[in-house]
Design a protein around this ligand. Structure first.
Ligand SMILES: [Mg+2]
Length: 385
């Protein structure tokens, strides 16, 4: 199998908000549900595939959706649920990939060029991503792999729901040719409406020289760029978003808990992931903040500074643990726990000795590749403190 000079994987949860409602209440599976506000002023935020058959679409007024599909069950939006599922998805991509660009709450890009040695067949990697997200969240994700972001996105849109698409190098233009015009970024409904009377309905139509004059008039100086995109030439880089690199993480629990061991284990996991991000960015943290929200939604935080900036989690843990013990109140159940590391500073040289540094780097590389959480045998092992 030929090596791809560039490989981008795109993932998009199918009908995210509607699917999230089913995750929360499995009895809604297959039901004609949509998430949105009530009529007369409400708007549909997400339509399940069961109601899409009736023509119900997101951004449609709820009143109209109910006319099209009178048996439609309207579900109110549940932002904390979406947030939790998003965090769970981030945990999955954080485990599988060194860097992920989340372009929205349920869509992400990963540059997988360097993963080809481990996954020579991109379909195998795509299946792993789908399965991992499904296992972690119960949500189905359509995944597409291509040489650029645009083709990957269009391929995913064309393969929904629960799809898996691979557009091989050199086949981008052939894949795009029959796709609807509107699938191409930069072609909005107005532009499409102006092209359709000429019979230009597909992306391939944009390449036909007989329409040069019309296309030049419509796109002007943008035409060469549009035509390059229409052939799948797209060099836009995947840029890991800040949030995945931000040094904070929190989660809301299914059930409120007062279990200290559970909270310790949770924060320990957050710290491990955050410290790894810091090391990859060559950053260190000057301190930590532990945040707990109790069952009555009251928030308490405790801040602690490290003796000096750190990015090796076993050295940071005693301080984080102490902050957790200080912030926990007796006989109190919590619904949310979070950990933030700040301020972030460039990692001072010689933060840990050469031997440990090499071992930590090797561990990070293994974690990035295998998603396994492993300790450092023989080197200040975190599990033997
Ligand atoms: Mg989606």
């Amino acid at each position: 199998m030929p090596r791809w000079s560039r490989q981008v994987l795109f993932g998009d949860i199918d009908a995210m908000f509607a699917s999230a409602a089913v995750v929360k209440d499995p009895s809604l599976a297959g039901q004609p549900i949509a998430v949105g506000g009530p009529p007369p002023r409400g708007i549909i935020a997400a339509a399940s595939y069961a109601v899409r058959e009736f023509g119900v679409r997101s951004a449609m007024p709820t009143a109209e959706a109910l006319r099209l599909c009178p048996q439609l069950r309207l579900i109110p939006p549940d932002r904390p649920l979406y947030r939790r599922l998003h965090d769970d998805m981030r945990a999955v991509t954080g485990r599988l990939f060194p860097a992920t660009e989340w372009s929205s709450i349920d869509e992400f890009y990963v540059d997988t060029t360097d993963l080809q040695t481990r996954y020579p067949d991109p379909a195998v990697l795509a299946r792993l991503v789908k399965q991992s997200i499904r296992d972690a969240t119960g949500l189905t994700c359509t995944v597409a792999v291509a040489t650029g972001k645009t083709v990957a996105k269009i391929a995913a849109d064309a393969s929904k729901p629960d799809g898996l698409a691979v557009v091989e190098p050199q086949l981008e233009a052939a894949f795009l040719f029959p796709q609807p015009l509107r699938a191409l970024p930069g072609i909005g409904p107005k532009t499409a409406a102006r092209l359709e009377p000429f019979g230009i309905r597909t992306i391939g139509g944009l390449l036909d020289p007989q329409w040069d004059r019309i296309l030049v008039r419509l796109f002007g100086a943008r035409l060469p760029w549009i035509r390059a995109l229409a052939q799948g030439q797209d060099h836009e880089p995947v840029v890991a978003d800040r949030e995945s690199k931000s040094a904070s993480h929190e989660t809301t629990f299914e059930h409120d808990t007062a279990d200290r061991a559970f909270l310790e284990e949770l924060l320990r996991g957050f710290l491990r992931a955050l410290a790894r991000d810091l090391r990859q960015e060559d950053l260190a943290a000057g301190g930590c903040t532990v945040k707990l929200k109790d069952a009555r939604f009251a928030m308490t935080t405790r801040q602690r500074r490290f003796a000096h900036p750190l990015n090796y989690d076993p050295e940071m843990w005693p301080t984080v643990q102490q902050a957790l013990h200080e912030v926990m109140k007796p006989h109190t159940a919590y619904r949310l726990a979070g950990l933030a590391l700040s301020p972030l500073v460039p990692a001072p040289p010689g933060l840990y000795d050469q031997r440990r540094s090499k071992a930590v780097q090797a561990m990070d590389a293994i974690i990035a590749r295998h998603g396994a959480v492993i300790g450092l045998g023989g080197v200040a092992d975190e599990d033997h403190e």
